[in-house]
Design a protein around this ligand. Structure first.
Ligand code: RIB
Ligand code: CA
Length: 324
């Protein structure tokens, strides 16, 4: 498949265990032409998320530009999630000493220059707080026509995991989220409404180790850490111990296997200041505002099909690395 038939993609993330598994899926797909990986603070500081991206991408043998983004949310003080992803951010797994070097361009400069130079509109996959993308759209509105879609893991129409109503990525930087949702750029939102349904059971996850590759073994170690820490979170639904959510994988899965997902177009606004609700993505299901929908909000998934896609990616990545 030549690049002309591939879809140009920029990935913005905060690795992060599920971000890493999202990268494994994205880089296992021949139809995606990944131009750039940009990093921001979220799960951890940008020092750690940048190191994790360079380390994981080195391990999976990818030569791609990795550009560091903003260190802090636009207004709020950064709140990280080391309780979930571990002090280092990829569980207790050491992937590789990075040989990939951090770009000398900032995330915003790299995104802007790549978008403006692209012959065709680019899909942005975003799996962390939207700080970088909100700042990009504010500083460089001229890039909007070059963004085909933002596929974002974040938000929740119902419930939350950082508070009773707010999902982590939106909670960390609600102002950036609002800047993106009011930008007019097409958005596909893989919120908790769908990522909580796209779970992998403990028994299914045990299959990772049977794939028999070093990649799968390390991924299994990382997922074992993630399963335990997710089960300890205060805002998790029942049975979380038995159902593992690789949230960020949905943002790529919904692009490469759209038939697995269902969603509808709604107007979404972000609560910026609520004492109990700051960071909530308010989905106007009943069209009370009468405003034009600004996002496709995913709400259902063929769970078995998603699990199959996840293991197919792990198999492909593991076997590709054995050939190196
Ligand atoms: O709420 C889940 C999201 O928060 C995921 O992107 C995970 O990596 C964390 O960033
Ligand atoms: Ca993430």
């Amino acid at each position: 498949m030549d690049n002309l038939n591939k879809t140009p993609v920029i990935i913005d993330c905060d690795p992060g265990i599920d971000d890493a598994m999202m990268l494994a899926l994205a880089f296992s797909r021949p139809e995606l032409d990944i131009k750039l990986v940009t990093i921001e603070a979220g799960n951890l500081s940008t020092d750690k998320t940048t190191y994790n991206a360079l380390s994981f991408l080195t391990y999976i043998g990818q030569e791609v530009e990795v550009a560091r983004g903003l260190e802090q949310p636009i207004f709020r003080t950064l709140e990280v999630a080391e309780d979930i992803h571990g002090e280092g951010g990829l569980g207790n797994v050491k992937w590789a000493d990075p040989t990939l070097k951090e770009s000398d361009r900032t995330a915003i400069t790299a995104m802007c220059e790549i978008l403006l130079a692209s012959e065709q509109p680019v899909i942005i996959v975003a799996t962390g707080p939207l700080t970088n993308i909100g700042a990009l759209l504010l500083a460089h509105p001229e890039v909007k026509p070059k963004i085909k879609l933002i596929s974002w893991m974040g938000g929740a129409a119902v419930g939350g995991n950082m508070s009773t109503t707010a999902e982590f990525n939106s909670y960390v930087d609600p102002h950036a989220t609002e800047l993106v949702f009011r930008s007019g750029v097409p958005i596909m939102m893989s919120g908790l409404d769908v990522t909580h349904k796209a779970y992998i059971t403990r028994e299914e996850m045990a299959k990772l180790r049977t794939l028999g590759t070093p990649f799968a073994e390390k991924a299994a170690d990382m997922m074992k850490f993630y399963t335990f820490t997710q089960s300890q979170t205060p805002f998790h639904p029942p049975h979380f111990e038995e159902q593992i959510r690789v949230h960020d994988v949905c943002a790529v899965a919904a692009l490469v296997a759209p038939e697995l997902f269902q969603g509808d177009d709604y107007y979404v606004e972000i609560e910026l200041e609520g004492r109990l609700t700051a960071g909530s993505t308010i989905v106007d299901y009943a069209n009370k505002t009468g405003k034009t929908p600004n996002a496709k909000v995913l709400h259902s998934v063929d769970r078995e099909g998603f699990v199959e896609l996840f293991f197919e990616a792990c198999t492909i990545m593991g076997e590709k690395l054995l050939e190196k």
